[in-house]
Design a protein around this ligand. Structure first.
Ligand code: FMN
Length: 211
């Protein structure tokens, strides 16, 4: 039995969200194939904010020198650590987001700043080389964007900074099994938006059966 952790970054409103619909298609199909798996969902846009602010930086510096944390810092450190522990204990990850300004929503980057923690997820080994500590795990990135980035045009692909960032940092953490599904281009091709979405939903359902 595996644990799948879904990290969703989308402010919940009444408006239909294409990235969340993409996730729903994935997860319903996943549940049918893996009825005994545990599924944990975190919408980081709705969770209490834990930014990398002065407190987080003070915690970081004090932990690296072994200095004592204040009571407030201990509470914040515990809250941050519980996200790290949940991440490390999970087997599979699904990251769900709309593209914002060619990148991920800020809350998802903030989440990554929490889980990129030495030595839980990665470290530098005795030869000062990066070493990923998450082995035998897999990531799926589900992303919706107004424009199209994943055609044969390499220059356009370079502009999807969020997908490239996630793939790179998960590789640093030791996760090479990284896949993405994009629904993209609906804002510039409204006539075909439904067929673009349907294609994405079908891909999500199919991948869920083998993920
Ligand atoms: C603040 C903001 C920034 C956006 N930036 C981009 C962008 O850089 N590139 C792009 O193709 N679409 C961009 N979009 C469009 C969304 O990514 C697109 O509409 C997406 O399908 C929304 O997903 P949702 O339906 O899950 O909210 C942006 C939308 C918003 C609100």
């Amino acid at each position: 039995m595996a644990q799948l952790l879904a990290i969703i970054a989308h402010p919940m409103t009444d408006k239909m969200s294409t990235s969340i619909e993409l996730y729903k298609n994935f997860i319903e199909s996943y549940k049918q194939t893996n009825p005994n798996d545990t599924i944990v969902e975190r919408n980081v846009s709705e969770e209490p904010k834990l930014p990398f602010d002065d407190t987080a930086l003070s915690i970081y510096n004090k932990k690296s020198t072994g200095a004592t944390l204040t009571r407030y810092e201990r509470a914040i450190n515990n809250a941050r650590q519980s996200y790290v522990d949940e991440f490390v204990q999970s087997d599979k990850y699904v990251f769900v987001n709309p593209m914002y300004n060619f990148f991920l929503p800020a809350e998802m980057k903030s989440y990554m700043d929490i889980i990129m923690q030495i030595p839980d997820t990665f470290e530098y080994n005795d030869q000062s080389k990066l070493q990923g500590n998450l082995l035998n795990k897999k990531v799926l990135h589900l992303q919706s964007s107004g424009d199209c980035f994943h055609s044969a045009d390499k220059k356009l692909q370079e502009l999807d900074l969020g997908d490239k960032y996630l793939k790179t940092v998960f590789n640093i953490m030791g996760i090479d099994d990284y896949q993405s599904i994009f629904v993209e281009g609906m804002d510039f091709d409204p006539k075909n938006s439904q067929s673009i979405l349907n294609r994405g939903y079908q891909s999500a359902k199919q991948l869920a059966r083998v993920f």
